[in-house]
Design a protein around this ligand. Structure first.
Ligand code: H79
Length: 470
């Protein structure tokens, strides 16, 4: 982007000078370009933007978006009570009790390799662990606090073990780190209902988290850092930009989400200004993001009803899980699917079973998810679509239909219509619609994939907003 801008400035000056005086010295062109480019850079700073040269480049973001499916893990001493991480402090669990849980946290059955293999078998390509949630407890040995895994009877570096196992299995490793910290007295806002505390010290607090982030980046070399809590009152966009810039100085291609700043669609799905986001991608929470072909996004969604483990929690059905993944990919986003391991260190078998089945589906239908882009059909109750090369993959959510009608794709010739893992299907184009006849027995009992092979690059087709059939 900056390179394009610089080349553009350079060529404008060049053509102006060449027109005015054909034999002018090239040196003037270079000097003028330099000042103009510097001017643009300064104005970027004045406009409170991150220097565009620092932003994660599109090729890195495209690789991230090609992965489509990752595992989010929320874990910590609070699992001993089975209530929500962070938020149950001082509510379902008395503060005094919550803050002492670490003394009993001894997940002797924790096996990093088993977790990572569970993610891999599910078809997930990356994994993100809560290194520190709002309660302030650190799952890695941090030099900057005593409230960490070394203070527990377990005394083993969980973040480190996961980073190592991910590397071994070829799974990208990411770290969740929240800005809130209800343990650190320097952070001026705690969940005690007393508002902003006067003995808070944001300068000291910012220095601590900067040190912790340096520790995390240098020790574990994460692919991604997933911030949370940038909405908090003591935090500003400017502080977020400072951390973004700092992290990029430690690791150039580190991917960083947008919760370092205030601008995000988040839980409330507000209309966000993407140009103001501090970070590389948007993070809709507990909902599938709206289609966006320009700005990367990732939905974080729980398999159960809370982020950390809850005994006998109600889990999403396999059908809901698969549709969540498919509809997210169809909107051009990634799914960061959350599970909460138990206090003894194991992932609950019910969660593993569901993940295994998602992985089995992806082994058969992964071509329609990984490396695809969303659209052109918007998701609806009956179907949604992704695309890649000259193929449009239409995911069919109804398994009892023998016919499906789709709005015709503008300016496109469909050369072949097949069912993935099935055969060719009946295809008729009438006016503005395709009429597709399906076999009585479909190959998959949950989600089938119709492949339309077309005569052009599918990505060029505009998104079809109205998929209703009259
Ligand atoms: O880590 C997960 C959540 O704990 C975290 N983001 C994801 C990834 C998150 N923290 N806060 N929020 C999301 C939004 C705030 C929700 C709240 Fe509430 C509404 C806090 C207080 C009111 C939910 C409802 C928790 C308590 C009541």
């Amino acid at each position: 982007m900056l390179l394009k801008q610089n080349t553009f400035i350079f060529s404008v000056i060049k053509s102006v000078l060449l027109t005015v005086k054909k034999k002018r010295n090239m040196r003037i062109i270079y000097i003028l370009s330099f000042f103009l480019i510097m001017g643009f850079r300064l104005s970027a700073q004045e406009k409170n933007m991150i220097d565009p040269a620092l932003k994660t480049p599109p090729e890195i973001m495209n690789q991230f978006m090609d992965m489509r499916f990752g595992m989010f893990i929320h874990w910590g001493p609070v699992t001993l009570r089975g209530t929500e991480i962070g938020w149950s402090r001082g509510h379902e669990v008395a503060t005094e009790d919550y803050d002492n849980l670490y003394k009993e946290f001894n997940p002797v059955l924790f096996d990093a390799s088993a977790w990572v293999k569970t993610a891999k078998n599910a078809g997930m390509k990356y994994l993100i662990i809560t290194s520190k949630h709002h309660d302030g407890f650190c799952l890695w040995p941090s030099e900057y606090t005593d409230y960490d895994i070394m203070a527990t009877p377990f005394k083993k570096d969980i973040v480190g073990a996961l980073a190592k196992a991910c590397k071994k299995e070829g799974i990208r490793f990411g770290i969740y780190f929240t800005i809130l910290d209800w343990h650190d007295r320097n952070y001026p806002l705690h969940n005690d209902g007393k508002g902003i505390s006067e003995d808070g010290n944001m300068e000291k607090f910012r220095s601590t988290i900067k040190n912790q982030l340096k520790e995390l980046v240098t020790k574990y070399d994460p692919y991604l850092i997933w911030f949370d809590g940038g909405w908090e009152e003591p935090w500003t966009d400017e502080m977020g930009r400072e951390i973004y810039t700092y992290l990029k100085s430690l690791k150039k291609d580190l991917i960083i989400n947008n919760r370092l700043g205030k601008e995000m669609t988040g839980i409330s799905n507000k209309n966000a200004d993407y140009s103001k986001m501090v970070g590389d991608f948007d993070t809709p929470e507990q909902r599938i993001g709206n289609i966006n072909m320009d700005f990367p996004w990732e939905s974080c969604i729980t398999m159960g009803t809370q982020w950390s483990w809850k005994p006998n929690d109600k889990l999403k059905s396999l059908k809901e899980c698969l549709q969540t993944l498919v509809k997210t990919a169809s909107g051009n986003g990634n799914l960061l699917f959350n599970i909460g391991p138990m206090p003894d260190g194991r992932i609950e078998q019910r969660q593993i079973d569901c993940l295994v089945q998602m992985g089995a589906w992806l082994k058969k239908y992964g071509e329609s998810i990984y490396g695809t882009r969303g659209g052109p059909y918007l998701p609806n109750e009956a179907y949604s679509s992704t695309r890649k090369g000259n193929k449009v993959f239409v995911h069919l959510f109804e398994t009892d239909k023998t016919e499906i009608i789709l709005p015709a794709l503008p300016g496109v010739n469909v050369q072949k219509a097949t069912l993935m893992n099935g055969g060719e299907v009946g295809f008729k184009k009438t006016d503005d619609f395709y009429k597709i006849s399906l076999p009585a027995v479909l190959p998959d009992s949950i989600c089938n994939v119709l492949v339309l092979q077309i005569n052009r690059e599918a990505i060029e087709i505009p998104v079809i907003e109205n998929t209703s059939i009259p």
